[in-house]
Design a protein around this ligand. Sequence first.
Ligand SMILES: [Zn+2]
Length: 445
Amino acid sequence: MRLRSVFSIAMAKAIAFACRLLHKQGVTLAGAMVMKVDPGLFDHLSAQLKRTIVVCGTNGKTTTNNLMAMALRANGHQVVINATGSNMKNGIVSALVLNSKWNGQIQADTATLEVDEASLRHVIDHLHVTDMVLTNLFRDQLDRFGEIDITMDLLLQAVQNHPDIHLIFNSDDVLSTQFALKSKLSYTTFGISKPMHDTNNADMKEGQFCPYCHAKLEYDFYHYAQLGQFHCPNGDFNHFHIDVDLGSLDSIDPLVFTINDVTFHSPLKGFYNVYNHMAVCALLTHYGESLSKFADELPSFQGGFGRLETFHIHGCDILLNLAKNPAGFNQNIDLIANDGSTKDVLIVINDNEQDGIDVSWLWDVDFDRLNQCNVSHYLTAGKRYMDMALRLKYVDIPSTPFDDIHQAISYALHDLGSTKLYILVNYTALYPTSQYLHELERKSA
Ligand SMILES: [Zn+2]
C-alpha cells in the first residue's frame, strides 16, 4: 500500500467527517480530493469487488439503488453503495474510499452504484461492472442531456467496450427496449403483463414510432407515460418477453404486491415505485438469490432523503418528494390524487445548471389534473416561482408565489394552518428543503 493512498483515504474520511459535523454534503468533495491526489486508488478499490452493479435511468435510480442494497444485504452480501444519490464520478469514488479500511482494503464484496447517465462513460472503465440496471428512459433536463436519443447514445457509448455486462431493464419501456437491442448485451427483463388501472393517455409519450419501419406503435394498454404493452403494426418491433412479472397489486398506499408468489409489503407508495422493486427482483432472479429474504426486510426500508420523506411539524404532516421531469411530476400528481384528504401543495422550481436552465418542460406536465385533487391552497417557490405560478394559472389554479422557500413553508404552517402539505421540488431545491425541514422538525419536537 502506497503512502499516498493511505494519505488519500485519511483525508477523504476527515473531509466526510467534518462535513457531517457541519450538516453539509461532503461526499463529492472527498471524491474530488482523491481523484486529484491519488487517481489510481479508484481502480485499486474497484478491482477488489466481486460484483459491481450500476443503476442508470431517468427516474427511480436512488430508490432502486437503495432497495438493491437492502436486498443484497438480506442475501448475505457485504454491500457498498452511494446511498446519498451522489451519482457522478466524485460521488462514486467517495463511496468506495469511505468504505475502505486504512490499508486500502474494501470492506464489501458487492457494489451497487447509482450513476448519472452522462457520467457512466467517465467511470465505466474504472469499475468492473457485472450488471447494469436500467430503470427507464424519459425526457429529462433537456438542455443538459438534449433529447432522449442523446441520453441513449451516451449510455450506448459507455457500454460498447463492455460486452460482458448483463442488462436488467424494464421491457414495458419502448426506449429501454431499444437500448437493449442496440447494446446487444445479455439481459433479464421485468414488466407488468396486464393492465393495472384506467390510464389516461394524456401524459408525455416518448418513442412512439417503430425504430425499423417508423410506423406508429400500437399499444394494448398503457401503465403510464410510454410504459405499456406495445407492438409495431408491421410486426418487426414487439414487446419483449417478461422474465419477472407482477403477480398481483393489492394496494398502492402503501404498496402491497406479489412477485413469483412472494408477497411484498413496502413502506413506499405510488404505482411507479412497483417497477423499482421489480428491477431489484429481476437482478435477484438473475443470480438465483432469494426474493423472500428481500421481502422479509422490506417493511423496514427507509426511502432516503427527498424520496417521499415525511416530517411532522407544528401539527402538520409534510411529504417531500422529488419531481424533476414531466413523467416524475405526473406520478406525483397521481399520488396527490390518490390521497383523498384535504391538503396544500407547495411546488419549488429552480433553474440551476443541474436542474437544466430551461424550465419549458413544466408545460408538458398535466397540472390540470390537480383540479380534482381536493387541494385547498397552492404555493410556489424557488428561483422560477413566478414561472410556476403562471403555469398553474393557465389551468385555472390560483397560487401564492414566494421568492423564498423558508417564507413559503412558514406561510403554509402558520398563516394557512396546514395539516397536510405536499412539497414537490426539483433537483437542486431538494437538499436545502430537506435540511430546512429537518431543522424545523428538531426545533418543534
Ligand atoms: Zn415496424
